[in-house]
Design a protein around this ligand. Sequence first.
Ligand SMILES: [Zn+2]
Length: 324
Amino acid sequence: MIDRWPEVGIARLIAQRHGFVPGESLLDLVRIYADVDFLHIPVQQVDGVSLHLKAKGRRPSIIVNSQIADTRAKFTLAHEFGHVLIPWHSGTIFSYSDSEKKTEGADNAYWEMEAEANRFAAELLMPREWLRAQVLEHQDPAHVLRVVLNLCGTSMAAAIIALNNALPPGYVYARTDDEGLVSNSMSSHGTYVKPFALGEKFAGSTRARESSACYNLNFKGTHHWLQYDSEKVPETVVDERPWRTIFDEIISDTNAVALQANIKHSINAIISTCNTKDISAQAFFTAVRQRMAGRDEVYDLILAHPLFNVFLQKKVAEFISRRT
Ligand SMILES: [Zn+2]
């Protein structure tokens, strides 16, 4: 698979060359290319250092801070390994753990190298294709996360992001705190449903109601993955009225115009957007509901109206009949 990041390609090549897969010893692999020491680094927020990078006649050397947690140390080792292998990283590079430092110095070239080493490390430790295969095999993202944490030895935060990048369209991840409020949320690529806002209530939300499955994991917080079908068959419509009449009734019942003056126009725009070439009636119907879910309170009210599916089905049918 071609990736737009060359450093990700380098990570894949190295893994392929040495048959390196999650669960294998990273240290053994890195020591083929560089000296590695675990030492106390007395500089605040420095997780690791790479020395003698691309220096003629010298073997590169990596120092990983011995004071940091195991998961962070493993990621740091992979990150420093990235500095060793990425051809344009040279000299001595200090790697800071604190991304707030980013705003202090405006050395963009340095931070670009740090980002490259991070992408290299993520791909080496949690290969995208391997993750996709895990998702296909197990279906349940919570289960895959457990596999990643056990085998890859990365932090929860890094594993969640890598998993999200590997999930197919139709997944929304949310982490909730003790009060059930969302503390982190993201959608997989190509998902219509937007992630939760921070501090939003998870249970009983429209996003949760619209989902077709929910996977959970209690480990260092509560993690939820909502799954959305790409095609959900709507129930049969028995209502002879035209969609315009039904739509007006929904808008009036929900007092929607008072909440958002151009609401009718907005919903019509969403529906038009979902009318992509050759989309089936079921997929069209589902795409509209998913795009509206969790957008705003007024959309939630309209989605919950008992006549909304009736309206939407008629509207979708009209769009489809106009195609021929
Ligand atoms: Zn670095």
